[in-house]
Design a protein. Structure first.
Length: 167
């Protein structure tokens, strides 16, 4: 088995995971939705991201050795894809001069959350994974697909940007 597959929580199969998909879903749903919300800034989007991650995992659940790690990584990857897709859509809307419908269900946010949402995506993800998920640099690096030194830099710059914006 490759190291990347091991980190993603996928194994060669055989004995299967210690819990069913339904059990993992019930146990992990609240934490995964909170993580996705912090990464996407949208309650509805967060639920969609987690739902998609669980559906994708169901296709090969018998090979998932680490449900927590596998689903967390899947949620982070899908949240990143959501941001990329949203950026493409915004550029298309700008080219066509179409005004988007405002989000009628914007979450209640405080000043810190508003600042966090305005950060560049990678800085926001690094801060959420560090301070919300309390993950070490190495784990954040694996989730974001970068080196631990890059994570430290993203966190440092993100905190500096938050501090400056809150002044």
């Amino acid at each position: 088995m490759s190291e990347a597959a091991d980190e993603a929580g996928v194994g060669p199969g055989g004995s299967g995971p210690p819990e069913s998909l339904d059990e993992a879903y019930r146990r992990l749903w609240p934490a995964l939705v909170r993580l996705a919300f912090l990464l996407t800034g949208s309650a509805g989007g967060a639920e969609d991201v987690v739902h998609d991650a669980v559906v994708a995992a169901s296709r090969h659940w018998d090979r998932v050795d680490n449900p927590d790690g596998y689903l967390r990584r899947s949620v982070v990857n899908r949240a990143r894809s959501t941001h990329r897709r949203a950026g493409r859509e915004e550029r298309a809307v700008a080219r066509l001069a179409i005004r988007p419908v405002p989000d009628a269900v914007a979450p209640d946010v405080d000043e810190t959350w508003a600042v966090l949402r305005d950060l560049p995506e990678r800085q926001r993800h690094a801060l959420v994974l560090r301070f919300y998920e309390d993950l070490p640099d190495a784990d954040i690096a694996r989730l974001l697909g970068c080196r631990p030194a890059t994570v430290r830099s993203l966190v440092h710059r993100g905190l500096a940007n938050v501090k400056e914006a809150l002044r």
